[in-house]
Design a protein around this ligand. Structure first.
Ligand code: NAD
Ligand code: GLY
Length: 364
């Protein structure tokens, strides 16, 4: 069975298409030729992805006359660092990559973010293609042009908005992803439905089992719909002046949880799952939605095997961690809240409101 979906780019400047399907990797040469990619390409990937899919990609590229240079990075968030960025620059220079050449990010969000930032900055910007390999990268990080690395003071503090020239999503690559990583990406899909698309949310409520069992048609459906939602948001506010931050639904508490756990214990999608339930509860407290919205978000998250219970830190610890987040100004925080499913609103809240609510719902 072959399924093919093409999302036409709609960004005013720097528009690009997203190709989604099964077995697409076997035709990557054609996609690259259509995108005007020259023979010499730099493929940035991780050790795990390379072990599983690198030789397949390499042989496809060579069969189509490309001459790829593979650059391997270690797995894990720590790779998004100056050390490995510097390694990429060294290799790009050593291999004499030019402005008109292309960097291909072949991996999850970590690889996409660092390879994208290297492409954005090397020679003041070389061409860049995303070939995501995790569900999270398919539905979120490969689209929208956020690239960057971490700093010891926080995640994603150094970066650039830099759109790829194209995104090629082969859902067959998800076959090798662990169930936990699949659910990690699924949390972001729940997020899109909860804030911007009730139809998608309904679909997830009915079909979460099939999706998490990797039914290809349903995976393609949710990836396409997620990419479309994200593209629409990015189209309205590419540089996150304001509206794009609705995509941070669940992230304020989610980031705080990740910080308090020192990025161990929970994956990002797991932390924002808890954050989404919290945001829905806070929305209800503020009179923006009823019990049903909170119950539906909680139920879908729990049915999908994602966590919903707020970990046992104190209200003070949560507030301090939220204040350290880069999106926070003074005594207030721009918080993403929900009305009924599919509706989102941004409100500037005083930290005291969140503190009081945390005190109310936490035991201590
Ligand atoms: P990841 O890139 O760390 O990948 C998770 C793990 O899965 C890694 O060990 C990786 O090697 C492995 N893996 C990747 N593809 C695989 C496959 N097909 N089969 C088996 N294993 C595979 O994690 P992620 O969740 O994809 O991305 C998280 C990163 O994305 C974070 O750094 C986050 O900040 C970033 N992010 C960026 C954006 C953005 O808009 N740029 C959005 C969301 C998240
Ligand atoms: N992941 C949120 C964004 O790209 O804006």
């Amino acid at each position: 069975m072959k399924i093919r979906v093409e999302l036409k780019g709609s960004l005013k400047d720097n528009s690009y298409d997203i190709f989604i399907g099964t077995g697409i990797l076997s035709e990557i040469g054609n996609f690259l030729k259509d995108l005007g990619v020259k023979k010499k390409v730099c493929v940035v990937t991780s050790k795990t992805v390379n072990d599983l899919h690198g030789s397949n990609l390499e042989s496809r590229l060579r069969a189509d006359g490309f001459n790829p240079v593979f650059l391997l990075l270690p797995d894990g968030e720590a790779t998004k660092s100056l050390k490995y960025l510097s390694f990429l620059y060294d290799e790009l220079i050593k291999n004499r990559f030019e402005r008109s050449d292309h960097v291909i990010a072949f991996g999850g969000g970590v690889i996409g973010d660092i390879a994208g930032f290297a492409a954005a900055t090397y020679l003041r910007g070389v061409n860049f293609i995303q070939v995501p390999t995790t569900l999270l990268a398919d539905v979120d990080s490969s689209v929208g042009g956020k690239t960057g690395i971490n700093h010891s003071s926080g995640k994603n503090l150094i970066g650039a908005f830099y759109q790829p020239k194209g995104v090629i999503i082969d859902v067959d690559i998800l076959d090798t992803l662990t169930d936990r990583e699949l659910k990690n990406g699924f949390a972001e899909v729940i997020k899109y439905g909860a804030i911007l698309d009730e139809g998608l949310f309904l679909y997830l409520e009915k079909n979460y089992n099939e999706i998490l069992s990797r039914n290809k048609e349903s995976l393609i459906y949710i990836i396409e719909r997620s990419c479309k939602i994200k593209s629409d948001v990015v189209n309205k506010d590419e540089k996150e002046a304001d509206f794009r931050s609705v995509l941070n639904f669940g992230h304020s508490l989610g980031h705080a949880i990740e910080t308090l756990y020192n990025y161990e214990n929970l994956k990002h999608g797991e932390a924002i799952s808890i954050g989404m339930v919290f945001s829905a509860m806070l929305s209800k407290e503020l009179g923006l939605c009823g019990d049903e919205t909170v119950a539906r978000i909680r139920k879908l998250i729990e049915n999908s095997g994602l966590p919903s219970q707020i970990p046992d830190f104190t209200a003070e610890e949560y507030i301090n961690a939220m204040r350290a987040d880069k999106k926070i100004y003074d005594k207030e925080i721009r918080f993403v809240l929900t009305g009924q499913i599919g509706y989102v609103t941004l409100k500037t809240l005083n930290f005291s409101v969140i503190y009081d609510f945390l005190k109310k719902i936490l035991k201590g």
